[in-house]
Write a protein that binds this ligand. Structure first.
Ligand SMILES: [Zn+2]
Length: 519
């Protein structure tokens, strides 16, 4: 007698092997048997004829850290079939924190159950709220840096680097699986490669992974890839290039050279992979437009520069230089903060500018100043053809680059990128429709491949002894419904989601049982 049997379904085991028809039995939190189980009994049965079954998806590039404490049922993730999230990416983990660190703008001012500082504190809080998904933590370089030296716009001293390394060691002791960086963002952009190299060396010694949002994904994409790969060579750390892309039309032609570098590095023995979300718009804070000289020393300093007419004029000029006139037509305002700006959520920046009677660049500066740097935006700067080629690379896996959201409550009020709700079903749909790699290979990119690259033991495959993280879906109906205009929409066709043997999502509703673990 098994606890659960899923009967008569098409099984994709996660390895990329062709699907076969059969039954899968679960006992406790593990898969107990796979095959022809017609004579076996079970306390609970899911009849899944005509449906498909695969391992739960692993979102290798998540930003849910702090939001898991507010909405542990992780609705936007579970409803996509995500059963494990790797959090703390792009240098911006929720922990560790010291009083010198501010939470990123989208995490600030939210109703958390308690305050936290160390990774151990955050982990204890997370275990207390019982997340629906499994959580894998990374420590962010920007966090370690701001914990030690605030938002200072300068390279770190040797003593400061040593302090960051000590904090990272402690984070490993308390359960992180690796280090992330966000070298495009403040304050990581002020670091020199030696600083990150020291942290990567600690990471390699602790058997961790290093994920990186590189310094540039456009103008200096190839130099940034070289910096990343050099770090892998000098330290031996396992590498993950976050959201691999060629950003900006002028840089689309660099894809061949970028992929060649990655293939050559892998051929020489570097352990390097990458992730990507299946959309052509990026989403980030609008203030990434600011020149580097204007973005340091913390929010108050940046706002003071924007308030000073002379400095604002210089900022304006720097933003305009190197951007073609049609650039602004590719920017869509996402979340805003000031009550007067809420009407601009989801509108193109050019429309916002027209309604304010301003040039687009001035409208952008107006939003940054009035929203106190809490505006986010979608940037439509990527090529669909390059996206297809990137997703086809055998080492590229799927990451949403999103934090979890919910259609109601505190996490329903902003205007996220549709990838927050749609990433995994969207990629599955593309596979079934023949617009990307074949289905079994597409599922591998969301399951067994990330489990092996990130070192998640006994996850990401359907085989006896593996954890019962499972998704039943309708091959004909699975698709994303979230759009840039209406992002808070669950995907269709995800029928059952099981986390550690526990049915968590069933025919479009949540069972209110949360069985995720902090791994
Ligand atoms: Zn990033």
């Amino acid at each position: 007698m098994f606890d659960l049997i899923i009967r008569g379904t098409t099984i994709y085991d996660g390895t990329g092997a062709p699907a076969r028809t059969g039954d899968v039995a679960v006992n406790g939190d593990r898969i107990a048997a796979v095959g022809e189980l017609a004579c076996a009994g079970a306390r609970e049965t899911i009849s899944a004829a005509g449906k498909a079954l695969c391992p739960g998806f692993i979102d290798v590039h998540s930003h849910s850290d702090a939001y898991l404490l507010i909405e542990p049922s992780a609705p936007s993730k579970i409803s996509q079939g995500v059963t494990t999230e790797i959090v703390g990416n792009c240098g911006a983990s929720a922990a560790p924190r010291t009083p010198l660190t501010r939470l990123p703008s989208d995490w600030a001012d939210k109703p958390y159950p308690a305050a936290w500082e160390s990774v151990a504190d955050y982990r204890a809080l997370l275990e207390q709220v019982r997340p629906a998904v499994n959580v894998v933590m990374l420590a962010g370089h920007n966090r370690l840096r701001s914990d030690i030296m605030g938002y200072a716009a300068r390279p770190a001293t040797a003593a400061e680097v040593a302090e960051m390394c000590r904090l990272l060691e402690q984070a490993f002791d308390e359960g992180v699986h690796g280090l992330s960086s966000g070298l495009l963002y403040t304050p990581g952009c002020f670091s020199e490669s030696g600083e990150v190299e020291a942290l990567a060396r600690v990471t390699a010694r602790r058997g961790g992974i290093y994920t990186t949002h590189m310094r540039s994904e456009g103008a200096r994409l190839l130099e940034s890839l070289d910096e990343t790969l050099a770090l892998g060579r000098s330290t031996g750390v396992r590498l993950e290039v976050s959201h691999l892309k060629t950003s900006g039309r002028a840089h689309w032609g660099k894809l061949d050279a970028a992929l060649e570098r990655l293939r050559a590095a892998r051929a020489e023995g570097l352990v390097v992979a990458a992730d990507r979300y299946p959309y052509t718009a990026a989403s980030t804070d609008l203030d990434v437009l600011l020149p580097e000289w204007a973005s340091g020393d913390g929010r108050d300093a940046v706002l003071a520069r924007l308030a000073d007419p002379v400095q604002r004029a210089r900022i304006r000029e720097d933003i305009l230089s190197g951007r073609a006139g049609d650039y602004w037509g590719m920017v869509q305002i996402a979340s805003t903060h000031h009550p007067d700006n809420l009407r601009f959520q989801g509108r193109m920046l050019t429309e916002v500018a027209a309604s304010l009677g301003l040039e687009p660049v001035d409208a952008a500066l107006h939003l940054m100043a009035t929203d106190t740097l809490h505006t986010s935006a979608f940037f439509f700067g990527m090529s669909e053809a390059n996206l297809t080629r990137i997703l086809a690379e055998p080492y590229v896996m799927i990451g949403s680059d999103a934090s979890l959201r919910a259609p109601d409550g505190v996490l329903s009020r902003d205007h996220p990128h549709p990838r927050a709700y749609g990433t995994f079903p969207r990629f599955l749909r593309a596979a079934f429709d023949g617009r990307t790699v074949p289905v079994a290979g597409a599922i591998r990119k969301m399951t067994a491949l990330p489990a092996s690259h990130f070192g998640l033991k006994d996850r990401g495959r359907i085989a006896p002894g593996f954890f019962a993280d499972l998704v039943v879906f309708d091959p004909a109906g699975v698709r994303d419904l979230a759009t840039y205009e209406h992002p808070h929409r669950f995907a269709a066709g995800i029928e059952q989601v099981i986390v550690n043997g526990t049915l968590t999502y069933h025919d479009g509703s949540f069972t209110d049982t949360r069985a995720g673990r902090v791994l």
